[in-house]
Design a binder for this molecule. Structure first.
Ligand SMILES: CC(C)=CCC/C(C)=C/CC/C(C)=C/CC/C(C)=C/CC/C(C)=C/CC/C(C)=C/CC/C(C)=C/COP(=O)(O)OP(=O)(O)O
Length: 360
């Protein structure tokens, strides 16, 4: 693969250098973008849409902070990457809230809302009425603004044409998941299983719940945005980068997300992809296997050490979440997963705790 931006010489490969750039560029950059978006969210005329936009921003800020870590690799493009990652992640978190709190359970509504994400990654797409199938629709142009921001930013990435088909593929999978996960409760699992039937031949190492989890991650999209900062990225390089992240890095990411949400989901009667193992020991084994496969996959990418840092960072970020401490079974699983942690992971763990404390 001839990729210069991502070549080992330029990519921060040490955890210290990575964290230095996170503190110096990523956290302030994300703060600035979110402050601008918050001002727009506060001006949303419809009460329900405004509340959901603000609450997703408040409770899921770490999604943008973590996602924007990819911008440290190409600092000269951070003025594109940070607004792009923050805007796309904000769309996904806002829509997740709208689907979660929706009373309609209408697949057409969820599909149309997520059309905004598809349009966001297609600079040539025309804006649509994404609220077509719901009563609340007056967001004062908030969702259109987010879509237009993504379109403007993707259009200025030098090799966006090469990565676009793969970004689109991941967004389609993400949207499918969000539709099937939010429809009528008794239909969720059958629809997800039906969907898996169409994809399982491509992922022989995964179980259906692990594939579904992988599709819920935005990391593959963000990594492809980073790759598109390269001057002449080929379509085959873009395909290899997608394969480096999807399915295993993405599955690791979202299984960790579900792991720490187990109690919450149990109380809400929500589907949780970590609940499809006979016991906790099998869950730990599968997570361990998926992390090991993720490590193997990223070895094939340029500057693989950076991607190893992302894998360690994910474990540190999620397993240091305060939710872990308050759930004894999850605490036990986390201890097992953290056994023999390398220093890098512990370093990220301390930093994650520190960042959360500073923000509390
Ligand atoms: C503390 C902090 C913010 C630290 C970040 C900075 C840091 C320490 C960096 C160094 C370590 C490092 C390299 C970490 C990796 C960071 C990283 C890449 C994080 C990823 C963040 C990210 C993009 C999160 C998005 C997650 C996502 C897409 C979640 C949605 C998944 C999904 C479909 C959920 C299902 O929703 P539902 O069941 O409805 O549940 P909820 O509504 O409760 O979510």
């Amino acid at each position: 693969m001839r990729v210069t931006t991502l070549s080992s010489g330029r990519v921060p490969q040490s955890p210290l250098k990575l964290m230095h750039r996170v503190y110096k560029y990523v956290l302030p950059g994300v703060e600035k973008e979110l402050a601008l978006l918050r001002a727009r969210a506060e001006a949303i005329p419809d009460d329900e849409l405004r509340n959901q936009a603000l609450s997703s921003m408040d409770s899921k800020k770490f999604h943008c902070q973590g996602g924007a870590v990819f911008a440290i690799v190409s600092l000269e493009h951070r003025h594109i990457l940070i607004p792009l990652i923050v805007a796309l992640q904000t769309i996904s978190d806002y829509l997740d809230n709208l689907c979660d709190r929706s009373t309609s359970l209408d697949p057409d509504d969820f599909r149309q809302l997520h059309q905004s994400m598809l349009d966001a990654v297609n600079p040539a797409a025309s804006l649509q009425d994404y609220y077509l199938h719901r009563n609340e629709n007056n967001d004062g142009g908030y969702l259109h603004h987010l879509v237009l921001t993504c379109q403007r930013m993707t259009a200025s990435l030098p090799s966006y044409a090469s990565v676009k088909p793969y970004v689109t593929e991941l967004v389609v999978l993400y949207s499918d998941l969000q539709v099937y996960k939010h429809i009528r409760k008794d239909m969720r699992e059958p629809m997800l299983l039906d969907w898996w039937e169409k994809h399982k031949s491509s992922y022989p190492n995964l179980q259906w719940n692990e594939f579904a989890a992988a599709t819920g991650s935005t990391l593959g999209m963000f990594m492809l945005f980073l790759a598109a900062t390269e001057d002449k990225l080929s379509a085959s390089d873009a395909a290899a980068i997608k394969r480096g992240y999807f399915p295993h890095v993405c599955a690791q990411h979202i299984l960790l997300d579900y792991l720490i949400d187990q109690e919450e989901d149990q109380l809400g009667g929500d589907l949780n992809f970590c609940n499809y193992y006979e016991n906790d020991s099998l869950l730990v084994d599968r997570l361990g296997t998926i992390v090991a496969r993720a490590r193997e996959d990223v070895k094939l990418l340029p500057a693989s050490r950076f991607h190893r840092l992302i894998i360690e960072g994910l474990l540190a970020l999620y397993l240091s979440d305060p939710k872990v401490r308050h759930q004894p079974p999850v605490r036990g699983i986390s201890r097992k997963l953290m056994k023999n942690s390398p220093l890098t992971r512990l370093f990220f763990l301390v930093n994650s705790i520190w960042i959360r404390k500073k923000q509390a």
